[in-house]
Design a protein around this ligand. Structure first.
Ligand code: C2E
Ligand code: CA
Ligand code: CA
Length: 580
């Protein structure tokens, strides 16, 4: 029953007639077009071109033609894996040809001259039905878990729909389960599967009774191509938000990207890409939510595309510059310069200074970030070397390590090479790894970090408090410093609750025996509160913004002078330890 529903909703099927005789073509066309859309080809060559350029339900093929004959066409169809399933009925006046053509893979045979139109139509119907049944039986068309179309078939039917309903306004929609691998890992595959099935039935319900189509194109990616509607909040988001719940489990959530009134001038894949782009903008947002693709998204996409394509030139022309922001030890009698963080800036010839937040996430998506990070790492090593030579003073510098870098098997070698080239020790180099990297790929990452630390690198957990580390996980993590995310610091002066939160985190860090860097400290008051609460290290505008190396050199010079005068006065010159 379900099958018939589906067949009826499909657009009219398309049949190709291949015959060099105009009379035969016209005769057959008159019969077939009663029920099917008909295309005609006059030669074998033209036939193959048509067959390869569009989806067809059946070919009626004359055997005897000048040039490429029917046998050759048939052979070519059967040799092509993409066309192998296409039913072909052979037309010929020669009785003897029957066996040969069936052997070559013809589905059936219609004798010439054509009479009894009903019989001809019945044979065509039967061949098409058989071929479609075969596809369905082989399970090739739908995904067994959700019953939705697999990618190829989804695209195929969506294209047909466009062809037959060119004026119907359509929406392209892409859905993705947030952190699906975690859902599987935490709650088991059976739960993951039932979640996917649940999503599948919500999508099926949405397109039921419409010409719309629903598909599953990857493990946790779903697509819809359906007549335009305005009620996605109620018809899609609400049921999705209610799905995937089970007692004692966090609810799984879904992000949805919608390209409404998708422009048919763009090809189908492009339209789905745009929905996908809107969807990917919700990454990092962990509630069930939807985003729309619109012209501003498009402009942003273009801007981003230009940044991506401009990166290589920018590297060559040294448009990227590394800035340094100091970190100070604050528990001694005066703040002591302990280390710095390297932060990249892009000085674009047309757009001026571009902050990293505008391009780092972009480069992270496509892997370009590794190129850029490696560049930064080399620049930083050279800079540390230069300062060491000039001041006989080593400022350890921390570099940001993207999660993409962490899965690069050559990571350790790259870092070693960078240091060796400048004659530096791993202890002079700190690595900042953001907390969410740990929670996403815990085991593999912990292993990598362990190896890096064994080589002598110090590892700081960046943006601490924004990820999902459990206490359990924290105690098992191999890290040297926690970097408290600046979101926690922002309101400590005005909100006692926020201050209490920071104090709790500092207690936690004490329990784990790791020092804490507070990031984003902007005011004297924040500084004082953190100092009283026992925070060891501070980074923020209160001391200095990230500055170019020439300016950072002044901070080094100031530090050296103070050390000198401390030594002369015999004062307690430093904080609790020399480096962080
Ligand atoms: P992050 O690693 O959390 O870096 C700290 C950010 O806080 C920096 O922003 C810094 O300028 C800013 N900041 C420092 N003190 C204060 C303060 O007192 N108040 C406020 N409001 N902000 C402060 P920036 O330089 O814009 O960098 C943003 C993010 O870009 C960084 O966040 C980091 O995730 C990424 N990033 C920067 N450089 C690199 C790099 O070379 N490689 C990679 N992979 N990521 C980088
Ligand atoms: Ca950082
Ligand atoms: Ca941070």
């Amino acid at each position: 029953m379900q099958k018939n529903d589906k067949l009826e909703r499909r657009p009219r099927r398309r049949v190709l007639i291949v015959d060099d005789e105009i009379i035969d073509r016209q005769l057959l066309k008159a019969i077939v077009s009663r029920k099917y859309e008909v295309l005609c080809a006059e030669s074998g060559e033209e036939a193959l071109e048509t067959i390869r350029s569009q989806p067809l339900s059946l070919v009626l093929l004359d055997l005897i033609m000048p040039g490429m004959n029917g046998y050759e066409v048939l052979r070519a169809i059967r040799k092509d894996p993409a066309l192998r399933q296409l039913p072909v009925i052979v037309l010929t006046a020669e009785k003897d040809a029957e066996v040969e053509t069936l052997r070559l893979g013809a589905t059936d045979f219609i004798p010439k001259p054509f009479y009894m139109p009903e019989v001809i139509l019945a044979r065509i119907d039967r061949s098409i039905e058989l071929a479609e049944d075969k596809l369905i039986i082989s399970g090739a068309e739908t995904d067994p878990l959700t019953g939705l179309y697999k990618q190829d078939f989804f695209l195929h039917y969506a294209r047909q729909l466009d062809r037959f309903e060119p004026d119907l306004p359509m929406d392209a929609v892409v859905l993705n389960v947030n952190r699906f691998h975690l859902v599987n890992e935490l709650y088991g595959r059976a739960f993951g599967d039932s979640l996917l099935r649940e999503i599948g039935s919500i999508l099926r319900r949405l397109v039921q009774g419409t010409p719309g189509l629903a598909g599953r194109t990857a493990s946790d990616t779903f697509v819809l191509y359906l007549p335009h509607r305005e009620d996605y909040e109620a018809s899609l988001l609400a049921p999705l938000a209610a799905a995937g719940g089970a007692p004692g489990r966090a609810r799984a959530t879904v992000r949805v990207g919608i390209y409404p009134l998708a422009a048919k001038s763009a090809d189908l894949e492009q339209r789905l890409d745009r929905a996908n782009l809107a969807c990917s903008r919700l990454r990092g947002n962990y509630a069930t939510a939807c985003a729309y693709y619109d012209t501003s998204t498009h402009e942003e996409e273009l801007r981003e595309e230009r940044l991506i394509s401009g990166m290589e030139t920018a590297l060559q022309e040294r448009q990227f510059r590394v800035f340094y922001q100091p970190k100070y030890l604050i528990q001694g009698s005066r703040p002591v310069l302990a280390s710095a963080e390297a932060l990249i800036r892009w000085f674009h010839p047309e757009r001026g200074m571009i902050p990293p937040a505008s391009f780092i996430p972009l480069f992270e998506q496509n892997g370009l970030i590794s190129r850029l990070d490696h560049y930064v790492w080399r620049e930083v090593a050279e800079q540390i070397r230069a300062w060491k030579d000039r001041y006989d003073f080593s400022v350890p510098v921390s570099v940001n390590v993207s999660r993409v870098d962490l899965f690069d098997p050559g990571l350790e070698d790259t870092l070693r090479e960078v240091l060796d080239a400048c004659g530096l020790e791993p202890s002079e180099y700190l690595l900042e790894i953001t907390e969410s990297s740990y929670t996403d790929h815990a085991e593999q990452l912990v292993e990598t970090v362990r190896r890096l630390r064994a080589l002598g690198f110090q590892v700081e957990m960046d943006d601490f408090g924004t990820g999902y580390s459990s206490l359990n996980m924290l105690t098992a993590l191999p890290i040297d410093t926690l970097k408290l995310d600046m979101g926690f610091i922002r309101n400590i002066a005005s909100s006692p609750k926020d201050l209490r939160m920071v104090e709790l985190m500092l207690d936690l860090a004490k329990f784990l025996a790791v020092p804490v860097v507070a990031e984003g400290v902007e005011t004297e008051e924040q500084y004082r509160l953190l100092k009283n609460a026992g925070c060891e290290l501070i980074q923020g505008y209160y001391f200095s913004r990230p500055v170019p190396p020439e300016e950072f050199a002044l901070l080094i010079e100031k530090e050296l002078k103070e050390r000198e005068s401390d030594a002369q006065n015999g004062a307690d010159q430093t904080g609790r330890n020399e480096s962080c």
